[in-house]
Ligand binder design. Structure first.
Ligand SMILES: C=CC1=C(C)c2cc3[nH]c(cc4nc(cc5[nH]c(cc1n2)c(C)c5CCC(=O)O)C(CCC(=O)O)=C4C)c(C)c3C=C
Ligand SMILES: [Fe+2]
Ligand SMILES: [Fe+2]
Length: 349
């Protein structure tokens, strides 16, 4: 490892404080080669697939990376926008809006976003922030529920970057905000606004990304935090237990993942005569392939094909005002005690 010379640092000034939003990441293009690069990095992360590398690497490189990239690329092509992958478009917008929001509230902080897999990487963004004089960095993963597969992996990437740096910034790290009142408010607002224009469903499905059941047995709080989010939202919407259901989507591989699974659940609801379901994905704060393609297309087809009458996919929080306000509140709480405001002279009366 080689240490590079360090640029001068803006110690003690508010400009030295930065917020780094971190999301999962997405391929650069909806093509098989781009998917292969992205999936190799993502599925090669030992936090994501907890199989010993000697056993996993031959399967990953010999089977999965030969077949999945082309299939996934076709799915990404169906949701790609002129500005790129929806996940990246929304994440970038959230960073821009948060920058403005914190600025309006008098904070002089740099706000950037980074991706755990693909670009802009966490290391690239930390290099850039440090070059701009950042001496304090608040890392805010865009995962409301803590999981070792996602949240912990963001910290791994920050630590990996730090191993090559002589003079480290001071770091703070947001672990979770699954029950933060601002986040719950934003979800309630998103759903109730949707129902004002589209009417109410017979059943609300709150679908979260799945993880292997084994991670729960080993102590991952993710499952319980998903249920805590769902209970808080349902209580605020006045829903009783018969009016909503929590499910887990995006299962990968043959192991048992958290249950019940989203698609078989909505198929079962259709077969039981439930006419309309609305699906919201509270764990995803930005629409992405998992919400737009898997829920909006695959799960929709499954519900309608099993006799369901109406399927509504409620959008993620994306650029909802209440969500940006929640992000600002979460950031502010974690920035407490760090200089973020210029000590401007008192204005002349
Ligand atoms: C293989 C294991 C996987 C685990 C564990 C996992 C956990 C997990 N993922 C998210 C959020 C997202 N995942 C997304 C896509 C995605 N996820 C996996 C696999 C695992 N995820 C794959 C292989 C993919 C790629 C798509 C595909 O080929 O099927 C995305 C969307 C990315 C995008 O570009 O739009 C998000 C977001 C969470 C929150 C989570 C654990 C809690
Ligand atoms: Fe995932
Ligand atoms: Fe999926």
């Amino acid at each position: 490892m080689s240490f590079r010379p360090e640029p001068a640092l803006a110690d003690g000034t508010p400009e030295g404080t930065a917020v780094l939003l971190c999301n999962l990441g997405t391929p650069d293009a909806p093509t098989a080669p781009a998917l292969r690069r992205y999936l190799a990095e993502f599925l090669g992360d030992p936090r994501v697939v907890e199989i010993p590398p000697l056993a996993w690497k031959p399967v990953l490189h010999g089977i999965i990376l030969r077949t999945r990239p082309a299939k996934s690329a076709a799915k990404y092509a169906s949701i790609w926008t002129p500005d790129g992958s929806p996940l990246k478009v929304w994440t970038e917008k959230q960073a821009t809006l948060l920058r403005g929001y914190l600025g309006e509230r008098g904070h002089r902080v740099a706000v950037e976003y980074a991706m755990r897999y693909g670009q802009p990487s966490i290391a690239t963004r930390l290099d850039a922030l440090k070059a701009r004089g950042a001496t304090r960095v608040l890392v805010l993963p865009l995962y409301p529920q803590y999981s070792c597969t996602t949240t912990a992996s963001v910290l791994d990437a920050v630590q990996a970057w730090g191993r090559g740096v002589r003079r480290l910034p001071e770091f703070r790290f947001v672990n979770q905000y699954h029950d933060h009142p601002g986040y719950i408010d934003a979800l309630v607002r998103r759903i109730s606004q949707y129902w004002m224009t589209h009417g109410r469903p017979d059943r609300l499905v709150l679908s979260f990304h799945g993880v292997p059941q084994r991670t729960r047995e080993l102590g991952d709080p993710y499952h319980d935090q998903c249920h805590a989010t769902a209970r808080a939202v349902a209580a605020r919407l006045g829903l009783d237990d018969s009016q909503y259901v929590v499910t887990f989507q995006s299962r990968f591989g043959r192991a048992t993942w958290l249950q019940p699974y989203t698609e078989p659940t909505v198929v079962g609801l259709a077969r039981a005569g439930v006419r309309r379901v609305d699906v919201i994905c509270p764990g995803f704060v930005s629409d992405c392939i998992e919400t737009l393609e898997e829920i909006g297309m695959e799960v929709r087809q499954a519900f309608l094909g099993a006799g369901g009458q109406a399927f509504h996919h409620i959008p993620c929080l994306n650029d909802l005002h209440e969500w940006i306000a929640a992000l600002a509140a979460i950031a502010e709480q974690h920035l407490a005690g760090w200089p973020t405001r210029a000590s401007a002279p008192r204005p002349l009366m």
